[in-house]
Ligand binder design. Sequence first.
Ligand code: AMP
Ligand code: MG
Length: 487
Amino acid sequence: MTKSIRTGWNFDNSYARLPNSFYQCIEPTAVQEPELVILNTPLAESLGLDAEQLNSKEGAEIFVGNSIPEGAAPLAQAYAGHQFGHLTMLGDGRAVLYGEQLTPSGERADIQLKGSGRTRFSRGGDGRATLGPMLREYIISEAMHALGIPTTRSLAVAKTGENVVREALLPGAVLTRTAASHLRVGTFQYAASLPIEERRLLADYAIKRHYPDLETKEDRYLSLFQEVIKRQASLIAKWQLVGFIHGVMNTDNMTISGETIDYGPCAFMDVYDPATVFSSIDEQGRYAYQNQPAIGQWNLARFAETLLPFFHEKQEVAVEMAQKELETYGELYHRYWLNGMRSKIGLINEEQDDKSLIEDLLRLMKASGADFTNTFRALTLAKTEETELNKVDEFSHWYKKWQERLARQEESKEDVYEIMKRSNPAVIPRNHRVEEALEAAVKNEDYSVVNRLLAVLANPYAHSSEQDEYAKLPEPSSLPYRTYCGT
Ligand code: AMP
Ligand code: MG
């Protein structure tokens, strides 16, 4: 371990101590003209880094991979994954892990460069990334963090000074991503092709890193599975509660830590429709909003398959054990979702009919074409006359039932307002706002629009008047919003 006094790098490289079948040691490919375009000062500080020192030419060199920070041991991780249901060998084809930064609060955070050049896992790809999508990941991941949703985070975006060939020549950029770790279900699927002892090393590593309380338990691998089920059920419920559509829930994009990862084709739903899909390649709607909870369970079943030999020596018994755990997911998810929805409409205690009250509201939202975020914002601010819901006759009946339900709990109006305020964001990264910010950055090198958007998204539950402008819907468009993977 070496600590860099000046900039604050304090790396350990525990992943590099796994057998070398888990990675390729490789340095980023140098680029021509590094230029730092955005640095996340609060995140840098929480990692123990000196933001002022890094906001420099020297910082830009580090954030494109031209100069390797002291103590880093760059590598590309191997992994596999079910992509749209089909198992493929993947791995970091355009990313390198510098190492794990040991933070002042005693945490360990992966520092990864994305877009840093070709690796053994690049297949046909160029190993590069472009400015627009890297800024998009920065904006949306930071918005997710501010919403209180576990996620990988974005430390910096730096331009490479080189063009990248896509649908046109586009400016190249590297995103520095931080994560509790980059262990994925896909990492275990890859490990399933290695000798069983190496697979066990990975499971032990995951336990030590994310679930250290389980280390001494006799049935620790089954407990690992249980804990990952819980975190994923909780995570996906949180997505549903803010209308987040991940867009590419392949098993390589599901973390063991329970953080959201891979901001390729994701987007927030505007008009409430459970069948919403934004991703251009998701033709069957496999990863539509309404399918996310069930896909979570499907992915967890793939995770279980890799752990079976550690559950029990007899495969039939192991399968039964896995099945039993997997069955808890639905109920867990439902509980997280229902409690979250209760909070969104100000219910603090529980009643039998709460679920049908919530489902009735969602049905009316769908029937009236109501905006998901703004509907809950309007309920919070008692401004329902501003919503599309007013267009459907049944709404006044629902509203009366809701008010009666609220009156049956002891809490004051202020308490109800407080919990609704905390549960319903006033602002989300609206698609047209994100596009507008990216266009200013990519076409005009004007980062002020990105920075303004980031400032607003950093405080989604403020319900302040400055947010009004960012809560507005776009002008109606004849074309549906589309998102793209890995660009
Ligand atoms: P993603 O869509 O980011 O989850 O990427 C899926 C797989 O493709 C991963 O193995 C990536 O590392 C790889 N990949 C994506 N884009 C590129 C690229 N431009 N060059 C090399 N590999 C890539
Ligand atoms: Mg991915």
